[in-house]
Design a binder for this molecule. Structure first.
Ligand code: NDP
Ligand code: PYR
Ligand code: MG
Length: 477
């Protein structure tokens, strides 16, 4: 339907967002990417291959729409928690941009999904006769960096300074570097590092109303110390630092991370990737998650490992043994990679957990009560965040804009939802939520002098709403 009748597709999606989100987005989009080659009919999005090095500007000019405002780009190396899917990762930029339109009201014609094809290290795909991408191992090092550099300059040359580029599902060995390299010269943000951080911080701010205390009173433990884990950790530390005036080096000590080798501790510092080093606190080595939970006694447990069923009964029971209301976020996608299910979290915590997951779970009946899990997914943030940047003509993404987005999302959680133990508002209200996020982001951008669209509209929520695309048929009479 998206290909045949775009307006009808968006009308249907907007009117039935809770029902259709799991199809357009996680978990179904993950399965679609895995099978992309064999279900491929007509191309969607723009592929830029290593073979087109030196001609990327020309390739961009092939796209029929000239007025592009937002690009979601991947190289397919870390698609959700499903690993390297090469060119078949195209489902992700396509799906994310469908949400830009349906959830954030960004006009579909100004959205451009791009997959950069530098090969794949997925042997199964390389051997698959229906694989649609380059049949070679991934380009790395200088060859990769040069291609990305050419891409980033071509994008700016073709679409101008204010084109928003959202990096999506790059592997962490490229993601952090790309963000650091281009955040000062381009309007870029990494959804997995920054969008995820913003959505989780919003949930935690809202959760304080249920569990009490301030963020600084809590202790956070992550399973997974990659893009999502360290991205969220850093934004939590930044928010605590801003609220308490304590230096960020101090507030980071409230946050602990476990990776595939165990707790990130100072004795491992020399061998740690740079993004883990700020989290290498003084502690004896701990190998297993359950031992880390027992040693750190977190109030909040966050799964960003990409590995399913890692929050075991023992882990959840331990969380419930020293927390009246343990906060448990199993963020890994798709559903198969979720660190635990909603049913497990509720049953093992005797119905006391505040539980959210990256991919949706149905409500669970426990002890005669219906418990409704939340969906902690960056889809709450990036559509409204992007709209805020675009409508204000923002030229660079500043961390304060992410905090502004978190505050706006948290403010949308009302008493009615707290009473049900929810820390996110329902997706059925997402266009209103996105307008509020866009307005708060734009307000902060004007305040910081990053917004170029002047004069500043007085009522930014109204302005955001007026900028939003609504799918209606034209009247020809
Ligand atoms: N809900 C949401 O909105 C979002 C969810 N995600 C999900 O988060 C997951 C991770 O993404 P991302 O952070 O980008 O991935 P990364 O590859 O950057 O990080 C994964 C981390 O998990 C660790 N890890 C892997 N296996 C284990 C294990 N068995 N035990 C402990 N730690 C382990 C890795 O350890 P090591 O470093 O030692 O290899 C690494 O630190 C994905 O499933 C993704 O779908 C991501 C973004 C948004
Ligand atoms: C949601 C998302 O961005 C991810 O799982 O990668
Ligand atoms: Mg992602």
């Amino acid at each position: 339907m998206q290909e045949r009748n775009e307006r009808l597709f968006y009308k249907l999606l907007i009117d039935n967002v809770e029902e259709l989100l799991p199809i357009v987005y996680t978990p179904t989009v993950g399965e679609a990417c895995q099978k992309y080659g064999s279900i491929f009919r007509r191309p969607q999005g723009l592929y830029i291959s290593l073979k087109e090095k030196g001609r990327i500007l020309e390739v961009l000019k092939n796209w029929p729409e000239k007025n592009i405002q937002v690009i979601v780009v991947t190289d397919g190396e870390r698609i959700l928690g499903l690993g390297d899917l090469g060119c078949q990762g195209m489902g992700i930029p396509v799906g994310k941009l469908s949400l830009y339109t349906a959830l954030g009201g960004v006009r579909p014609s100004v959205c451009l999904p791009i997959t950069i094809d530098v090969g794949t290290n997925n042997k199964k795909l390389l051997d698959d006769e229906f694989y649609i991408g380059l049949r070679q191992n991934r380009a790395t090092g200088e060859e990769y960096a040069e291609l990305l550099e050419e891409f980033m300059s071509a994008v700016k040359q073709n679409y101008g300074e204010k084109i928003l580029v959202q990096f999506e599902d790059f592997a962490n060995h490229n993601a952090f570097e790309l963000l650091a390299k281009y955040r000062t010269t381009h309007l870029v943000f990494n959804d997995d590092i920054q969008g995820t951080a913003s959505v989780v911080l919003a949930g935690l701010i809202a959760a304080l109303k249920v569990v009490g205390g301030t963020l600084a009173d809590h202790t956070f433990l992550f399973l997974g110390a990659g893009e999502a884990g360290t991205g969220i950790a850093e934004l939590i530390a930044l928010e605590i630092s801003k609220k308490t005036d304590a230096p960020i080096e101090e507030t980071r000590k409230k946050v602990w991370l476990v990776d595939s080798k165990g707790l990130v501790v100072s004795s491992r510092k020399e061998s740690l990737q740079h993004f883990k080093q700020p989290w290498a606190h003084e502690h004896e080595p701990v190998k297993e998650l359950i031992d880390a939970v027992q040693a750190i006694k977190p109030t909040v447990l966050i799964g960003t490992s990409g590995v399913g069923r890692t929050f075991t009964k023992e882990v959840v029971e331990a969380m419930a043994s020293f927390n009246e209301k343990p906060i448990i976020l199993a963020l890994s996608n798709p559903t198969s990679q979720s660190e635990c299910t909603a049913e497990e979290a509720y049953t093992w915590s005797k119905g006391r957990a505040i539980f959210c997951s990256g991919s949706p779970f149905d409500p669970v009946e426990y002890d005669g009560k219906i418990l409704v899990p939340g969906q902690a997914n960056n889809a709450y943030i990036f559509p409204g965040f992007g709209l805020g940047l675009i409508m204000s003509g923002t030229v660079r993404v500043h961390d304060d804009l992410l905090l502004a987005a978190s505050e706006a999302l948290a403010a949308q959680v009302t008493e009615e939802y707290y009473a049900k133990g929810l820390i996110y508002p329902p997706f059925s209200n997402i266009r209103k939520i996105s307008a509020n996020i866009a307005a708060n982001v734009a307000a902060k951008s004007y305040e910081l002098g990053l917004a170029s669209r002047l004069p500043r509209p007085k009522d930014l929520v109204k302005h955001a709403e007026s900028c939003m695309y609504t799918p209606v048929y034209r009247s020809y009479r």
